[in-house]
Design a protein around this ligand. Structure first.
Ligand SMILES: [Zn+2]
Length: 103
Protein backbone atom coordinates (compact mmCIF):
# COMPACT_ATOMS: atom_id res chain seq x y z
CA UNK A 1 0.00 0.00 0.00
CA UNK A 2 1.14 3.51 -0.71
CA UNK A 3 0.03 7.11 -0.89
CA UNK A 4 0.16 8.64 -4.34
CA UNK A 5 0.11 12.23 -5.60
CA UNK A 6 -1.49 12.40 -9.04
CA UNK A 7 -3.15 15.05 -11.08
CA UNK A 8 -6.56 14.52 -12.62
CA UNK A 9 -7.92 15.89 -15.86
CA UNK A 10 -11.16 17.87 -16.18
CA UNK A 11 -13.16 14.66 -16.34
CA UNK A 12 -11.61 13.31 -13.15
CA UNK A 13 -9.41 10.77 -14.88
CA UNK A 14 -5.97 10.18 -13.46
CA UNK A 15 -3.20 11.56 -15.64
CA UNK A 16 -0.43 8.94 -15.81
CA UNK A 17 2.99 10.01 -14.48
CA UNK A 18 1.60 13.30 -13.20
CA UNK A 19 2.09 14.85 -9.78
CA UNK A 20 4.79 13.69 -7.37
CA UNK A 21 4.02 9.99 -7.73
CA UNK A 22 4.47 7.92 -4.61
CA UNK A 23 4.75 10.02 -1.45
CA UNK A 24 5.75 8.81 1.98
CA UNK A 25 2.95 10.61 3.79
CA UNK A 26 -0.09 12.82 3.37
CA UNK A 27 -1.09 15.75 5.56
CA UNK A 28 -4.45 17.00 6.79
CA UNK A 29 -5.73 19.79 8.99
CA UNK A 30 -6.79 19.10 12.57
CA UNK A 31 -9.47 21.77 12.37
CA UNK A 32 -11.77 19.41 10.49
CA UNK A 33 -12.21 17.17 13.51
CA UNK A 34 -10.80 19.16 16.43
CA UNK A 35 -12.38 22.50 15.63
CA UNK A 36 -10.61 25.46 17.23
CA UNK A 37 -8.49 23.35 19.55
CA UNK A 38 -6.69 21.94 16.55
CA UNK A 39 -6.82 24.96 14.30
CA UNK A 40 -3.56 25.14 12.33
CA UNK A 41 -2.36 21.83 13.78
CA UNK A 42 -1.32 19.67 10.85
CA UNK A 43 -1.47 15.91 11.02
CA UNK A 44 0.19 13.37 8.81
CA UNK A 45 -0.55 9.81 7.87
CA UNK A 46 2.29 7.52 6.84
CA UNK A 47 2.63 3.81 6.29
CA UNK A 48 4.61 1.73 8.72
CA UNK A 49 4.76 -2.05 8.53
CA UNK A 50 1.73 -2.16 6.25
CA UNK A 51 -0.46 0.01 8.48
CA UNK A 52 -1.50 3.63 8.32
CA UNK A 53 0.02 5.55 11.22
CA UNK A 54 -1.24 9.00 12.14
CA UNK A 55 0.76 11.63 14.00
CA UNK A 56 1.21 15.38 14.06
CA UNK A 57 3.58 17.00 11.59
CA UNK A 58 5.25 18.84 14.47
CA UNK A 59 6.96 16.83 17.16
CA UNK A 60 4.36 16.63 19.94
CA UNK A 61 6.94 16.67 22.74
CA UNK A 62 8.67 19.79 21.40
CA UNK A 63 5.61 21.89 20.65
CA UNK A 64 4.40 23.87 23.66
CA UNK A 65 0.83 24.13 22.35
CA UNK A 66 0.55 20.42 21.58
CA UNK A 67 1.96 19.49 24.96
CA UNK A 68 -1.11 21.04 26.59
CA UNK A 69 -3.46 18.76 24.67
CA UNK A 70 -4.51 15.17 25.29
CA UNK A 71 -2.24 13.38 22.84
CA UNK A 72 -3.80 9.95 23.16
CA UNK A 73 -7.31 11.30 22.60
CA UNK A 74 -6.45 13.49 19.63
CA UNK A 75 -4.31 10.92 17.85
CA UNK A 76 -7.20 8.46 18.12
CA UNK A 77 -9.60 11.07 16.74
CA UNK A 78 -7.14 11.89 13.97
CA UNK A 79 -6.83 8.24 13.00
CA UNK A 80 -10.60 7.85 12.80
CA UNK A 81 -10.89 11.04 10.80
CA UNK A 82 -8.21 9.96 8.34
CA UNK A 83 -9.98 6.64 7.76
CA UNK A 84 -13.04 8.52 6.47
CA UNK A 85 -11.18 11.26 4.67
CA UNK A 86 -11.38 11.64 0.87
CA UNK A 87 -8.94 14.41 0.18
CA UNK A 88 -5.66 15.26 1.89
CA UNK A 89 -2.65 17.39 0.96
CA UNK A 90 0.59 16.37 -0.69
CA UNK A 91 3.52 17.48 1.51
CA UNK A 92 5.71 18.07 -1.55
CA UNK A 93 3.59 20.13 -3.93
CA UNK A 94 0.62 21.14 -1.77
CA UNK A 95 -1.94 19.73 -4.20
CA UNK A 96 -4.99 17.77 -3.15
CA UNK A 97 -4.35 14.05 -3.07
CA UNK A 98 -6.36 10.94 -2.33
CA UNK A 99 -6.34 10.54 1.46
CA UNK A 100 -6.56 6.78 1.18
CA UNK A 101 -3.81 4.38 0.20
CA UNK A 102 -3.52 2.65 -3.13
CA UNK A 103 -2.52 -0.97 -3.42
ZN1 LIG B 1 2.55 16.24 -4.91
Amino acid sequence: MRFVCNEYDDKGNLIPNSGCGEIDHITFDGYDFGDRQLEQVMFKASIEDGKVVVNTVDDWSKNSYLKGLNKKHWLKEAKEHQADLDVATCPNCGNDVDAQTME
